[in-house]
Ligand binder design. Structure first.
Ligand SMILES: CC(C)(COP(=O)(O)OP(=O)(O)OC[C@H]1O[C@@H](n2cnc3c(N)ncnc32)[C@H](O)[C@@H]1OP(=O)(O)O)[C@@H](O)C(=O)NCCC(=O)NCCS
Length: 338
């Protein structure tokens, strides 16, 4: 699944994206629903690099998410999303818990902090896994902007890298956890890991007006990880989560979504819905569905939930008692993606 930061979306390089990057930048833009800038591709993303990544993905498709990511700059207007570079890991964590990262931003988008933001997204996702002990990055001593990105992110020089003339930087888990979150730190949307389960349960417990039926909460929690699940990590805290369920080749459902009460109205729900839309688009679907309590029920809290979905472009499809019984009429909401 994609990694999201304040301004960026890091889209994992599935085979079809890698093929498009190698053969047809126009197709790459269409697949990512993003403009491809004139200065594309970024430095170091040449044909051999793409062939190398392609071979890795072909040999082990389950390693999607541990190699290349395309860095897309989001805009309020989806028509203005733009591809600004690539970043990623050099494979899954090694046996000693080491992960290597890399990044490259196209010339016309440099010096705007996108590389630092992408690196922070990669770090949040990597260190969310308990087995990751340190993240390393190799660079050249002359690449000052690249070194600046690493130093800003808390890395330190540890010596020679993988080839002559290359230097290696390291960020240990201890140093990462000590790094104070900067004011510009935005929520990162990362894939659910087992260690998030208790945090997700705690979020539901803090929202009794919405999640007051223990058996229903247990059922929601049981879907985490089984369904495509994302969590929002903010300043080291799990602030929200969402689980997505495929319904048909065309449709997918937000099965459960909850934002911790102290984190509401900060755009996290909006970011999660956008994440759901990206997930659905990548599966070739176009109808995003969610069920909530219908307006014929007087509950004021669910009126807020409906206002949220309505603000994000969901339309009512049907009110029915078929799902949760006569006492809890269900409103089925749908958003058709363009
Ligand atoms: C509903 C929920 C997911 C929204 O998440 P959020 O992060 O607070 O929402 P956002 O900040 O992204 O809001 C996006 C827009 O939705 C609308 N919106 C959000 N909350 C609203 C509310 N309480 N009343 C009216 N409009 C609201 C606004 O237009 C808002 O944009 P704005 O803040 O710029 O005005 C969250 O409040 C939540 O978890 N509620 C409890 C559980 C729940 O209802 N889950 C869904 C069950 S189906």
């Amino acid at each position: 699944m994609a990694i999201r930061t304040a301004r960026l979306e890091l889209v994992p390089g599935a085979l079809e994206l890698i093929d498009a990057a190698r053969d047809d930048p126009g197709e790459l833009g269409r697949l990512l629903a993003a403009r491809v800038p004139a200065s594309w591709p970024p430095e170091y993303l040449d044909r051999p690099a793409l062939e190398f990544t392609r071979a890795k993905m072909e040999a082990a498709p389950s390693e999607l998410g541990w190699w290349l990511y395309f860095v897309v700059l989001r805009d309020k207007d989806p028509a203005r999303h733009e591809l600004v570079g690539t970043c990623g890991y050099v494979g899954p964590p090694a046996a000693d818990g080491t992960v290597e990262i890399g990044y490259s931003i196209v010339a016309e988008h440099q010096r705007r902090g996108y590389a630092t933001e992408a690196v922070r997204g990669l770090l949040a996702r990597a260190f969310a896994l308990a087995e990751v002990r340190r993240v390393i990055a190799d660079t050249l001593p002359a690449l000052e902007p690249s070194i600046g990105v690493l130093v800003k992110s808390g890395f330190r020089l540890i010596g020679e890298g993988s080839a002559p003339g290359v230097v290696r930087f390291e960020l240990t888990r201890e140093a990462f956890e000590r790094t104070p979150p900067s004011a510009s730190d935005a929520p990162a949307i990362v894939p659910f890991e087992e260690r998030h389960r208790a945090d997700c349960a705690a979020i539901l417990a803090r929202l009794p007006e919405w999640f007051g039926i223990p058996a229903a909460n247990e059922a929601y929690l049981a879907t985490l990880g089984r369904l495509a699940t994302s969590v929002v990590s903010l300043d080291g805290t799990t602030a929200a989560f969402m689980a997505l369920e495929p319904l048909t080749p065309h449709a997918g459902e937000i099965h459960v979504m909850a934002v911790g009460p102290e984190f509401r109205r900060r755009g996290i729900g909006r970011a999660l819905v956008h994440e759901a839309e990206t997930w659905l688009r990548q599966r070739g679907g176009s109808l995003l569905h969610v069920k909530t309590l219908a307006p014929s029920h007087p509950d004021p809290h669910y009126a807020e939930t409906r206002a949220f979905y309505s603000a994000l472009g969901f339309l009512p499809l049907l009110e029915t008692t078929a799902f949760w019984g006569e006492k809890l009429p269900t409103l089925m909401l749908v958003k058709a993606l363009r």
